[in-house]
Write a protein that binds this ligand. Structure first.
Ligand code: NAP
Length: 228
């Protein structure tokens, strides 16, 4: 089961270790990184010293499209940097041209088959692109991490993923587009946004450089979960 609320590390460099450590101490169990964030080593140090049992963690990283053809090397680098024996989620970071896409996803599928990866996913794919993957490779990815805007389209988007057996995971919940939608509810805009994703039962990863925001977001989430 993928935790509903995760901590994303985009933009964090040396401070990633401290922030992931704080997140784990507070109780976060889903951590999102990427090869492109160049912080897997720092994330790995925090994971290794946290004392949190491996089975409780969901660690997600992403394969950078510009490294097509070097999937095994990149996977090895991610595993070594993160100090893990397997990834819970390995995502293709973005859509790419058809030929490379097929080849890369085939290698990623092999990595899942041999146990280096639990869930094989993609990121920033439309439903049309997901259907193209199914037609071309015969399978759907396990997960699609994207910006799923709040509002009238959210439930349709989520249903479209679920009908295909794909877990939707939302990134960037506090994106300007969502903030505009919920602007009337200031100063509780972050709480309003997180609760909307919770109601839609979509795992969501947010970013922060503030331990205080890590704590308040988790508190919001726990309060909402309890009251359901
Ligand atoms: N797959 C992809 O292509 C992709 C793309 C983008 C992002 N992501 C993932 O999604 C994660 C989140 O994305 P993001 O960081 O761009 O956007 P975000 O989570 O929507 O927004 C981050 C901003 O929200 C603020 N914030 C968080 N909690 C707050 C609170 N309680 N009160 C006030 N401000 C709050 C943070 O400020 P403070 O620092 O002050 O807390 C930060 O400026 C990334 O770290 C990454 O893991 C993935």
């Amino acid at each position: 089961m993928i935790p509903r609320l995760g901590f994303g590390t985009w933009g964090l460099t040396t401070e990633a270790e401290l922030m992931v450590d704080s997140a784990l101490k507070l109780g976060y169990r889903l951590i999102d990184t990427a090869s492109a964030y160049a912080n897997e080593r720092e994330v790995g140090k925090a994971l290794a010293t946290s004392g949190v049992p491996r089975w409780q963690l969901t660690i997600c990283t992403k394969f950078p499209v510009e490294f097509a053809g070097k999937e095994w090397e990149v996977l090895d680098f991610s595993l070594v940097s993160l100090q893990l024996e397997y990834l819970d989620v390995w995502l293709l970071h973005a859509p790419m041209p058809a030929r490379e896409l097929v080849r890369t996803l085939e290698v990623m599928r092999e990595a899942r088959a041999v146990g280096h990866v639990r869930r094989l996913g993609v990121s920033n794919f439309s439903i049309q692109q997901l259907d193209w993957v199914k037609r071309s490779l015969g399978f759907y990815p396990d997960l699609n991490q994207s910006f799923f805007p709040l509002g009238s389209t959210l439930s349709t988007t989520i249903d479209s993923h679920r009908r295909r057996g794909i877990v939707p995971m939302a990134h960037s919940p506090f994106h300007e587009q969502n903030r505009l939608l919920t602007a009337h509810s200031e100063p509780k805009v972050h709480e309003t946004i997180l609760s909307a994703y919770l109601r839609a039962e979509v795992p969501v990863v947010f970013g922060s450089r503030s331990p205080a925001h890590l704590a308040t977001n988790l508190e919001v989430f726990r309060r909402l979960t309890k009251s359901r």
